[in-house]
Structures are given as structure tokens and as C-alpha cells.
Unconditional design. Structure first.
Length: 180
């Protein structure tokens, strides 16, 4: 590691009192306060860990109009029939792990807060039946559909090949097949 010369703020070598190191330049500090002051002064302000962290922070601030890369999706109207939604598409509807199907997206979408975070709920047909398919905003399915159809989920129309896959939590879920 290339070490910069001693600048008076930290020590060049680890000692009993200097046991916190700067990951950028390798100097050692005796307190978090001094390390934080050094990092800000020498290496600039901290950056967010990822784009998704920033998107989630902004979306939580603006609950009425989430600012995500999908843009603004209108909430459902309060008309007489608007409280009747389609049944949710479940992995069991598609089949067992490894089974595949082709969904037809109809172009209707809404935002929802589900068990696994904020979701876009898109209307999808499987055979003659219309379902609501919940897609978590920070999932691979969302990224793949975003890349294929664009940022406006209300314009997501067309056929999508999907298959049932096992999650890390050992639960089956519906995954979008990658284009080859």
C-alpha cells in the first residue's frame, strides 16, 4: 500500500492508541472523530453505497410521489370499482420450480407497499386469466423489465418469458428469463 507522509493528523504505523486506519491512505487514528475529520478533509465527503440506497432514501421521503427510476405512477382512483383488484400472481400459478410460462403485460400498473418493500404491481395475463404481479423495486425482475420496456410501467405491454426459481430464503418465486 502506498502511504502518504505523516501529516500530523494520524500515525504511519498502528500502535496501542492508534488502532483505526483510513482505508484510502493507510494512516492510523486514535478516535473515530479524528478519522472522520481526516477522511472528510483529505478524501472528500462520503458517497452513498449504491444508487439503490439513494433511490430508497428519496422514495421514503416522498411517500405520495416516490422518486424512483421508474418515474411517477399514479395511485389508483377512488371510483366505485377501483377497490376490486385482480388476484395476485403466485409461483404456484405458473407451476413448480423450473417450470416456465409466458406472461402478457397489459400496460396497467400501480404502486404498492408489500411484505418485501415498495412494489410496482403490473397487470399480467396468464392464459385467459388476468393477474396482478408484484415486482419489488430493487429486484432483478424490475431492472430487466425497466431495461426492456422503459421507465414508465404504464407502457409495459408485451410478452415476457418467466420461470419459477428458488430464492435465497428457500421460497419459490417468479423470475424473468434473460434474453439470449
Amino acid at each position: 500500500m502506498n502511504r502518504k507522509p505523516y501529516d500530523g493528523a494520524g500515525a504511519l504505523n498502528r500502535s496501542a492508541t492508534h488502532d483505526l486506519d483510513c482505508p484510502d491512505c493507510g494512516q492510523w487514528f486514535d478516535s473515530f472523530d479524528r478519522l472522520a475529520t481526516h477522511r472528510y478533509a483529505r478524501h472528500g465527503p462520503p458517497m452513498p453505497r449504491s444508487h439503490h440506497t439513494e433511490v430508497q432514501r428519496v422514495a421514503k421521503k416522498k411517500a405520495d410521489a416516490p422518486a424512483t427510476r421508474t418515474g411517477k405512477i399514479p395511485t389508483p382512483s377512488k371510483d366505485a370499482g377501483s377497490d376490486e383488484y385482480n388476484p395476485f400472481l403466485k409461483s404456484e400459478t405458473v407451476g413448480k420450480v423450473g417450470d416456465s410460462a409466458v406472461l402478457t403485460l397489459t400496460g396497467h400498473a400501480r404502486l404498492a407497499t408489500g411484505d418485501f418493500g415498495d412494489q410496482i404491481v403490473v397487470e399480467a395475463k396468464l392464459g385467459p386469466t388476468v393477474y396482478d404481479w408484484g415486482i419489488t423495486l430493487d429486484s432483478v425482475n424490475h431492472r430487466m423489465l425497466f431495461d426492456r420496456f422503459g421507465k414508465d410501467a404504464n407502457k409495459w405491454r408485451g410478452k415476457v418469458a418467466v420461470f419459477v426459481k428458488m430464492s435465497r430464503q428457500n421460497r419459490p418465486y417468479i423470475a424473468v428469463k434473460r434474453d439470449k
